[in-house]
Structure formats: C-alpha cells, structure tokens
Design a protein. Structure first.
Length: 201
C-alpha cells in the first residue's frame, strides 16, 4: 500500500504543470495564483524522466495529464505498462489492465494533505497551499520559479522539494526531489485549454 501511495504522490505533484501561456510572467506569488485560478480545464502531453540514485540509467515515461475544476485530475501513461490514475472528490482510483484499486483519500493523511495542496494550487488558494507547504517564489529570467517544501513529516518521507518553472500561465518544467535521492523531471506540452468563465484566454 505504501508503494502505491508513493507512486501516486510522485506523479500527482507534477500535475501542477497544467496551465496555459500568456505574454508576460506574473509579478509576484499572488499574481501567479491568480493566473492558476483562471483555468477551468486543461489537457497536456508529458515526458517524465526519472533519475534513480541507485542506478546509472534513466527511466522515461510518456502520456497525458488532464485537470477539470474543481477537483478532477487524471493521468494516463502511453507506454507499457499502461496505467490510469484519477482523483475525483475524496476518491483515488488506479487502473492497470483489468485491475482497479480504489482508496478514500481521507483515510490516508499524507495523501490527503498532498491532494489538498494540489487542489489549492489549481484553485489559486495561496492560504490553503501554505497550510501544507513552505512556498517560495522567484523570478527566473523572463519566467518564474515556484518551490514547494512539505511542512508535514509524512509528506517529507516521499519528497523533499518540488521545483516548478514556467512563463506566464505556462508551466513547462517540474523537478521533484525525493527523500531517497531520486529526481523526477517532467516536461509538458499543453494540448487543450478551457479558461474559467470571465477570465482572460
């Protein structure tokens, strides 16, 4: 069970990538949160490279990630073994072939805290995000960088830091540093975007 939750947390953090691009980057953290809140739904392709501390080789996976406000997140892998992971409300569903695993998020405190933080990011709710993460924002050239460090010790057992980089509303790079020394790097290409009603496209 711990292995399943760890795999889910690894890819879930990275789902923060799914936001569209605008001409200029946000001036500060509050402006970034406002941009993130302006997306109702989005679908993106991804390439994820895993650097394992115990192996010299790299592992690469490809697939798609989608988000739909207020709480639905889906990740699908393209390469074998194919897998689909869905968050909807309080339920987590992991499907692989004919096997389906379902979990109540609230029954797993570390997973619940992470999901709350993830949804708070999508919603642009900085106050809620700060309940679970130490949040640092900085300018990176003509773009921006966001660093998330978990406050809860349970989350620290899975990862030590998430480094997100982007430009405007487009998040194009995320590095997840796990507590065991592994590094997961994902790059996104947005395919479809639907802005929130009343927000700028």
């Amino acid at each position: 069970m711990k292995g399943l939750l760890q795999r889910v947390l690894r890819w879930s953090v990275i789902c923060i990538l799914t936001v569209p691009a605008i001409a200029s980057g946000p001036e500060d953290l509050d402006a970034l949160m406002a941009l993130l809140a302006g997306v109702h739904s989005v679908r993106a392709s991804y390439v994820e490279t895993t650097h394992l501390s115990i192996l010299e080789q790299q592992l690469t996976t490809r697939g798609t990630i989608s988000y739909e406000a207020p709480d639905r997140i889906t990740k699908q892998t393209e390469l074998e073994p194919k897998q689909t992971v869905r968050f909807a409300g309080d339920e987590l569903q992991v499907s692989s072939g004919d096997r389906v695993h379902r979990l109540a998020v609230a029954d797993h405190p570390a997973l619940e805290a992470f999901v709350v933080g993830l949804r708070a990011t999508f919603a642009g709710d900085l106050g809620k995000l700060r309940e679970f993460f130490h949040v640092r924002y900085r300018s990176v050239g003509d773009g921006w960088g966001l660093s998330l460090s978990p406050r809860d010790r349970a989350l620290q057992n899975f990862f030590s830091e998430i480094e997100i980089r982007g430009r405007g509303r487009l998040v194009h790079a995320v590095d997840v540093r796990e507590s065991n020394g592994d590094l997961r790097a994902m790059r996104l290409r947005v395919l479809e975007i639907q802005p929130t009603a009343g927000s700028e496209p």
